[in-house]
Design a binder for this molecule. Structure first.
Ligand code: FES
Length: 120
């Protein structure tokens, strides 16, 4: 029997590399996890839709804690990259993913779209 598949609206990854941990990414991850649980936003909760995991170094060590988010949009796969992440902004990003709303722009860097349906 295959594992149960949980559909999601987006996936948030919080870096747990050494530099980000020195800037509080472990506490950020724990606080965000509890928030998603409490607000029933986690993908495994009834009506929830957000996947949250840790990641290794995301390549922006001097600007951490770093968070990235991926989600499928009608235009293609959207990626949001964030530096100097704090809990209030992280919870707003999770809420935007859950509501299919635009991602917050504060602390964001990098590309908005990595592949459209028409891309080769
Ligand atoms: S340690 Fe987090 S981006 Fe490198």
């Amino acid at each position: 029997m295959p594992p149960k598949y949980y559909p999601t609206r987006g996936h948030l990854l919080v870096c747990q590399g050494n530099s980000c941990q020195a800037r509080g990414s472990s506490l950020l991850y724990q606080a965000l996890w509890k928030h998603l649980e409490r607000e029933a936003l986690s993908y495994y909760k009834q009506g929830g839709s957000v996947r949250l995991t840790t990641s290794g170094c995301l390549g922006a060590c001097s600007y951490g804690p770093t968070l990235c988010v991926y989600r499928q949009r009608p235009e293609g796969l959207e990626e949001g990259w964030y530096a100097a992440m704090e809990f209030p902004l992280a919870s707003r990003i999770a809420q935007a993913v859950h509501e299919d709303a635009p991602l917050p722009v504060e602390h964001r860097y990098g590309p908005a779209l990595i592949a459209g349906p028409e891309a080769d």
